[in-house]
Ligand binder design. Structure first.
Ligand SMILES: Nc1ncnc2c1ncn2[C@@H]1O[C@H](COP(=O)(O)OP(=O)(O)O)[C@@H](O)[C@H]1O
Ligand SMILES: [Mg+2]
Length: 156
């Protein structure tokens, strides 16, 4: 049992040097949201889940930053909301989003669009399994060239 807010802290404290460097490049919108009370989840699982989503979000904003679009501010945000007996966690970024051809495959094990050595294609399939194992749902919306948002809904 643990709280949403410490969860965010927990997952940041698990971030390694490479991701810390990425943090510098992205404007973090920070934690906004409700105090979601206790969630019946295993903290390690949840840390891994959020870390997977954040890693992807940072990668996406860095890729877009490399293309140097004018006035682009890499932004990653995480928020929580309590809705009835569920908690909704959103991780969003203003990276390049995904084309149709990628959208449907992202939860498949070993599916990756990243160069060899940069992606295993296991982050989202693992995230999907974690959410399912806890009776939750994971949804993704994306707009090509504009960004991506993952929404996880978990029973409190
Ligand atoms: N935030 C995101 N923005 C754009 N594409 C994403 C994002 N998150 C995931 N993807 C796409 O989904 C694929 C699978 O993600 P994942 O399972 O985490 O594997 P990996 O990160 O190792 O490639 C990525 O290769 C990428 O094409
Ligand atoms: Mg990944």
């Amino acid at each position: 049992m643990f709280y949403c807010l410490p969860m965010f802290t927990l997952c940041l404290s698990n971030i390694g040097t490479a991701q810390m460097q990425q943090l510098i490049f992205a404007k973090i919108e920070g934690f906004k949201g409700d105090d979601c009370g206790k969630i019946n989840e295993v903290p390690q699982d949840m840390g891994r889940l959020i870390l997977n989503l954040l890693t992807n979000a940072f990668y996406a904003v860095n890729e877009k930053k490399k293309q140097r679009p004018e006035g682009y501010e890499p932004t990653v945000s995480i928020s929580t909301k309590k809705i009835g007996d569920k908690v909704e966690i959103r991780v969003s970024d203003n990276g390049n989003g995904m084309p149709e051809s990628v959208k449907d495959k992202i939860f498949q094990p070993f599916f990756t669009t990243k160069p060899t050595g940069q992606g295993t294609g296991l982050g989202l399939s693992m995230s999907y399994d974690i959410v399912k194992a806890h009776g939750g749902k994971i949804n993704m919306t994306t707009k090509e060239y504009e960004g991506t948002e993952f929404t996880i809904s978990l029973p409190v």
